[in-house]
Design a protein around this ligand. Structure first.
Ligand code: AHR
Length: 502
């Protein structure tokens, strides 16, 4: 058996985990809203039309922040269409996804749902077809206590108290030619700067996210970030990153290394932020909001066959398999490793649309394979990320070299006296012996080893087989004077939990 070693020390800290890195995303797209979180005639719907079964699953994930209403959708959205009496709300052609938007669900319904799932909203404004005025009006509608036109309109709509939404995205993927109202970096940078100024004058307590590139593969990547930050540096708090991965050529070894691409992307964006900081002699640091990330490729073919102009058709309904769960585990590890600069991240998306939770209209809701690593990280990965000194055997693949078989990180929760190691064994053939030097945790013992393993890399959870891929508990191994020797099954996601003993 090959061996990997890991050294952890309480004193070697990367940074505090901002819990908002376990965020997610609900867009008006496919069945995310209609048939996903909202289905008034579903047997499990509450009085507001929200599916209680979905609420329970979202709560299991402990999602701290949820981005809304898009995505590409937001760039053509009139937020005013979605507030006030439902019978007066217009139906619109929705151009981003070629559907009909009924507007039955809008800002206030979303904020009610956010409360129901104990989360917080990350609201995006439309900088595609609209601009400064609509953004500040929406902010006034949502956050101003009262006594002005828009805040009083909110009250008239039945919401006496302001929603107090703290995080706002200045548009979505404005670098992409597919975006409604696509802009050059100069055009977007100027608009984002002026919108940001006015929004912060309206409510100085908010935090703003400027659009970075829609992926690092864009020809304009890096130059886009630099130009946008030149314009917006003093007025925004975060720059966004988006990325999606797939295993189109069914090369598992290469696919599982894709988190190294995410690592490189994060490092590049940090460098660009700090380059602009240096250029401006600024004392302010711009942090990263990785507000769209996931696996997305299974659904691409079936989406092409859809009829346009229907209401909430099934779109982007990727059915995730076991290997996708392993990559999602590694992507979470990458986000954690950059906890000092990645302060928010959104698994895109949350329900039905490239999502950990699936539903049938009128039927059940269930957990996809990727639900599990996401839940484990969100539930157990709160605290401080520790530098792990790892020595692992390595391999090369089509696109990557020196890929460690062991992909790992550790989170120390000082308040709860708990340490959690997250680890993926990328080895296709062999279990891996893991030796951990935990001498600064000498009074700790292992309390749980959760593992996700499967003989079939393509195994999925479906409506008929909802529990096909589920985690199991492995034997707990005692620490011997702060040293742990355990084994990680080939192709596995692992959560090793330790607790201080009295
Ligand atoms: O999450 C699906 C889509 O991916 C979003 O609408 C868009 O921002 C991105 O291209």
């Amino acid at each position: 058996m090959q061996k990997a070693t890991m050294v952890l020390d309480q004193a070697f800290k990367i940074g505090e985990v901002d819990s908002r890195i376990y965020g997610s995303f609900i867009e008006h797209l496919g069945r995310a809203v209609y048939g996903g979180i909202y289905e008034p005639d579903h047997p499990q719907a509450n009085e507001m039309g929200f599916r209680k079964d979905v609420i329970e699953l979202v709560k299991e994930l402990k999602v701290p922040i949820i981005r809304y209403p898009g995505g590409n959708f937001v760039s053509g959205y009139n937020w005013e269409d979605g507030v006030g009496p439902k019978e007066n709300r217009p139906r619109r052609l929705e151009l981003a996804w070629r559907t009909i938007e009924t507007n039955e669900f809008g800002t206030n319904e979303f904020m009610d749902w956010i409360q129901a799932v104990d989360s917080e909203a990350m609201m995006a404004v439309n900088l595609g077809t609209r601009g400064i005025d609509e953004a500040r009006n929406l902010l006034e509608y949502c956050n101003h206590p009262g006594g002005t036109y828009w805040s009083d309109l909110r009250k008239k709509h039945g919401y006496e108290k302001p929603h107090n939404i703290k995080v706002w995205c200045l548009g979505n993927e404005m670098d992409g030619p597919w975006q409604i109202g696509h802009k050059t970096a100069e055009e977007y940078g100027r608009l984002a700067c002026e919108t940001a100024k006015v929004m912060k004058w309206t409510d100085p307590s908010i935090e703003l996210v400027a659009c970075g590139s829609s992926s690092s593969a864009m020809a304009t990547f890096a130059e886009w970030e630099a130009t946008v930050l030149e314009h917006t540096y003093d007025h925004v708090d975060y720059i966004s990153l988006h990325t999606y991965y797939g295993n189109r050529d069914n090369d598992i070894a290469n696919y599982l290394a894709r988190s190294m691409d995410m690592d490189a992307f994060i490092k590049s964006v940090i460098s660009i932020c700090d380059y602009i900081k240096a250029k401006r002699r600024s004392k302010k640091t711009i942090n990263l909001s990785f507000d769209e990330w996931n696996v997305w490729y299974h659904s691409n073919e079936s989406d092409r066959k859809l009829e346009p102009w229907t209401i909430a058709p099934p779109q982007l309904e990727d059915v995730y398999n076991f290997e996708d769960a392993l990559l999602v585990g590694s992507l979470l590890i990458s986000l954690l490793k950059h906890a000092d600069r990645v302060k928010m991240a959104c698994l895109a998306q949350l329900v039905n649309v490239i999502a950990p939770i699936m539903t049938e209209n009128g039927g059940p809701a269930w957990r996809q394979t990727i639900f599990y690593p996401y839940m484990h990280a969100s539930v157990f990965g709160r605290g401080t990320v520790l530098h792990s000194i790892v020595d692992s055997p390595k391999y090369d693949s089509k696109d990557f070299t020196d890929i460690p078989y062991l992909d790992t990180t550790a989170v120390f929760n000082e308040e709860a006296d708990e340490l959690t190691i997250f680890a993926v064994n990328r080895d296709l053939e062999n279990d891996l012996l893991l030796e951990c030097d935990l001498r600064s945790f000498a009074d700790y013992q292992m309390i749980e080893h959760i593992a996700l393993t499967n003989d079939d890399m393509k195994a999925t959870n479906t409506v008929k087989q909802q529990l096909n891929v589920i985690p199991h508990n492995q034997d707990v191994v005692p620490l011997d004077q702060g040293r742990l020797t355990t084994s990680l099954s080939k192709l596995s996601w692992n959560v090793l939990r330790f607790k201080k003993q009295n």
